[in-house]
Design a protein around this ligand. Structure first.
Ligand SMILES: CC(C)(COP(=O)(O)OP(=O)(O)OC[C@H]1O[C@@H](n2cnc3c(N)ncnc32)[C@H](O)[C@@H]1OP(=O)(O)O)[C@@H](O)C(=O)NCCC(=O)NCCSC(=O)CCCC(=O)O
Ligand SMILES: Cc1cc2nc3c(=O)[nH]c(=O)nc-3n(C[C@H](O)[C@H](O)[C@H](O)COP(=O)(O)OP(=O)(O)OC[C@H]3O[C@@H](n4cnc5c(N)ncnc54)[C@H](O)[C@@H]3O)c2cc1C
Length: 624
């Protein structure tokens, strides 16, 4: 099962090696992270990132190994934006020459970059950004400026205290004309003493939800006061400005400006499956240890994992973790395929890539955030402790519903793609890719239920057809209602809640389809495929509330712990007293409690000033 989860034996081997490297290095300890102040936590992040870089160089780690090292350190920080957004933005939007110049420094960590797009006043609406980049032909420079308070750059990770450079998104103005949003490389801080360069006001935007990780990240604010940069620091793969100030657009779609976001969204699907699997691993293992009620004649109480309510709340998440893992593996293939096509100027699958990455990022991150919160409740009171690992896991993964695109805004992008497809089908064009099912509109719109017997519900072909019919009917229904509106735009806006639901149904069809396709592959291990078939059934049927589920839960229960052990997480990475591999939960909870700084003294700080006088006074009053 480990191989099915990891994707290959090689992936298992590399993951094990990097996880153990991190778990065995005291610099990477994280058990006291939630007890640190914001400044201590930030400094700890700098220390870990520097040590990780040192180990990467010492051990000659590959890019794959270095990425896994960063993943198992499990502490958001500036390195994430440097590798995940700054480097890809230059790769995707820079010319060969610009890539050569800037990536050489970035790969050697001679500069630290971030991705500065969002502003105080705009995040979703990229075309509404206000920062300006005005070309000055007299000096062959762009003047970068924050014209309003709302144009302050706000949120970029690492911007607050760490990044020396950024790809800054701004309105390109030349010859008095505004050409919209483009990317520019800017140096922000001196490479000698790290002080902000002239004209740049920069800082951290303040503490964020929850304690511990993500407060480790210095999300920043930046205002620019007519800062000049050379013309050749405009990222010029998509467009350029000549020495004379002429704007020249290249022959690639302007949407490639958004390419970095598409890349990150596909990685976020894999992140969601990992975060969900960590929460499920904790809740399943703890559910097998925790016993409450049910003892007969002094015998052992009942494992809470045996309760049908616990199973009906938890096992859909177990199934979703595998479902998101497999669709994430497919999405990575889709992204690679689109990127290769772009190299040969084939832009035909760009809309599909945008719709799939936006939709899957949205559906998987929303489901994961909800599931982690529910896993906290599934562990009872102890799930609320930081030592369970669940509060921090929730705090770190909740913002994934917002960053890289607000989930509703992204689902509306999917809906826009679906409405275009429905109208193309109406005009006789055969849809392809993930919307190919819409070409079967006659059959799917009339088909009676293809599942008549209880057993039909475990027939993958029948389940797939049910999900196709559901998605198509919701999309066609929206299209028909939009067509009755005074205008397409008004109809789209009026129907937007229904369009979001139709987009979710389409994305869930993709997830179910990719799970079914995974099961058609050769899967190593005795009985593994059978278990995955049950999980595929649970994932699909829980979305449509089917009565078959109870039987499936009972069949999965005996292997539930094995299915989470297959995630192969070290206790260090899981970071949970409840999810320990050895199940020694109660002594772990007890031991973790005493680490809290509040327990450094038996009599707490503040007793003499505030508690003692109060108690003495009350005692005196009681004697009157
Ligand atoms: C919502 C939209 C998509 C709207 O785009 P727009 O151009 O203003 O308007 P539109 O008319 O809807 O689109 C025009 C057209 O562009 C297409 N398009 C839009 N986005 C993409 C894309 N990524 N790839 C390929 N195509 C794209 C749309 O489908 C439209 O195509 P069409 O005209 O229908 O053929 C966009 O503004 C957007 O993506 N907003 C979200 C912003 C975002 O994701 N910010 C992330 C900042 S970085 C970050 O959060 C880092 C966090 C990392 C971390 O800490 O881990
Ligand atoms: C932890 C974190 C890290 C981040 N890191 C970065 C970074 O490194 N670089 C960077 O540039 N940005 C970063 N961001 C910013 C992030 O990308 C934006 O917050 C995100 O894109 C959402 O945009 P917004 O904040 O403007 O939300 P808004 O769009 O203001 O959303 C507010 C509400 O309005 C709704 N809404 C907005 N538009 C529409 C519409 N057209 N139709 C219907 N509903 C709508 C949304 O659904 C939402 O409910 C980060 C954010 C967070 C939380």
């Amino acid at each position: 099962m480990k191989v099915a989860w990891a994707g290959s034996r090689h992936a298992v081997e590399v993951a094990d090696r990097m996880a153990c490297l991190v778990a065995s290095d005291p610099v990477f300890r994280k058990d006291t992270r939630t007890m640190l102040s914001r400044k201590e936590l930030f400094k700890d992040t700098l220390k870990k990132a520097a040590h990780a870089w040192k180990r990467t160089v010492e051990l000659h780690l590959t890019e794959e190994e270095a990425n896994l090292l960063r993943l198992y350190i499990d502490q958001p920080g500036y390195v994430d934006l440097h590798w995940v957004m700054f480097v890809p933005a230059i790769k995707g939007q820079g010319t060969e020459e610009q890539q050569k110049k800037w990536l050489t420094m970035a790969y050697k960590f001679q500069i630290i970059g971030t991705y500065a797009q969002t502003e105080l006043g705009h995040g979703s609406n990229v075309q509404g950004l206000e920062t300006t980049a005005t070309f000055d032909p007299s000096t062959d420079e762009f003047i970068m400026h924050s014209p309003t308070l709302t144009s302050s750059k706000w949120w970029p990770g690492g911007l607050g205290k760490t990044s020396t450079h950024a790809v800054v998104y701004a309105r390109l103005i030349t010859e008095g004309k505004d050409y919209g949003i483009h990317g520019f490389i800017m140096q922000l801080r001196s490479l000698d003493d790290h002080s902000p360069l002239p004209g740049i006001t920069i800082g951290d935007i303040g503490g964020k939800f929850g304690s511990g990780a993500y407060n480790s990240m210095d999300n920043g604010v930046m205002r620019l006061d007519h800062v000049r940069i050379p013309r050749d620091q405009m990222l010029m793969r998509l467009a350029q400005v000549t020495r004379e100030g002429k704007y020249v657009h290249s022959d690639v779609p302007k949407q490639l400006l958004y390419g970095t976001m598409v890349y990150v969204r596909q990685t976020i699907v894999a992140d969601a499956s990992r975060a969900l699997s960590r929460a499920v691993c904790i809740a399943v293992r703890y559910g097998a240890i925790r016993k409450q009620f049910g003892s007969k004649a002094g015998g052992p109480e009942t494992q809470v994992l045996n309760y049908k309510t616990q199973q009906s709340r938890l096992f859909p998440f177990l199934a979703s973790a595998y479902a998101f893992r497999f669709v994430g593996q497919w999405l990575k293939w889709l992204y690679t395929d689109v990127t290769q096509k772009l190299e040969s100027k084939d832009f035909s699958t760009l809309p599909e890539a945008h719709a799939c990455t936006a939709g899957l990022k949205s559906v998987t991150t929303s489901a994961t955030a909800d599931a982690i919160e529910e896993c906290q409740k599934l562990c009872g009171g102890h799930g609320y402790l930081n030592s369970s690992g669940l509060p921090e896991l929730f705090a770190v993964n909740l913002p994934a519903c917002t960053y890289e695109g607000d989930n509703v805004v992204l689902l509306l992008q999917v809906a826009r793609f679906l409405m275009k497809t429905v109208s193309q089908v109406a005009s006789g064009k055969q849809p392809v890719g993930t919307t190919a099912y819409m070409g079967n509109i006659q059959h799917l719109m009339q088909c009676k239920s293809v599942v008549n017997t209880v057993e039909d519900w475990l027939n993958p072909a029948a389940i797939k057809e049910v999900f196709e019919a559901r998605a198509l009917r919701m999309a066609v229904n929206c299209a028909q209602n939009i067509s009755k509106a005074p205008s397409q735009e008004e109809g789209f806006s009026e129907l937007s809640p229904d369009l979001v639901e139709a987009a979710v149904a389409h994305v869930q069809l993709i997830i179910v389809t990719k799970f079914i396709e995974k099961l058609q592959e050769d899967i190593l291990g005795h009985g593994v495929k059978e278990q995955l078939q049950k999980l595929c059934g649970i994932y699909a049927l829980h979305l449509i509330h089917n009565e078959r589920l109870g039987k499936l839960y009972a069949q999965v229960r005996p292997n539930a712990v094995a299915l989470v052990d297959a995630f192969d997480y070290t206790d260090h990475y899981l970071g949970s007293a409840l999810g320990r591999y050895d199940g020694d939960v109660y002594s772990a909870l007890y031991k973790e409690a005493w680490k809290d700084p509040l327990n450094e003294t038996v009599v707490p700080d503040g007793y003499q000033e505030h508690l003692r006088p109060l108690l003495k006074q009350q005692l005196k009053l009681s004697r009157l």
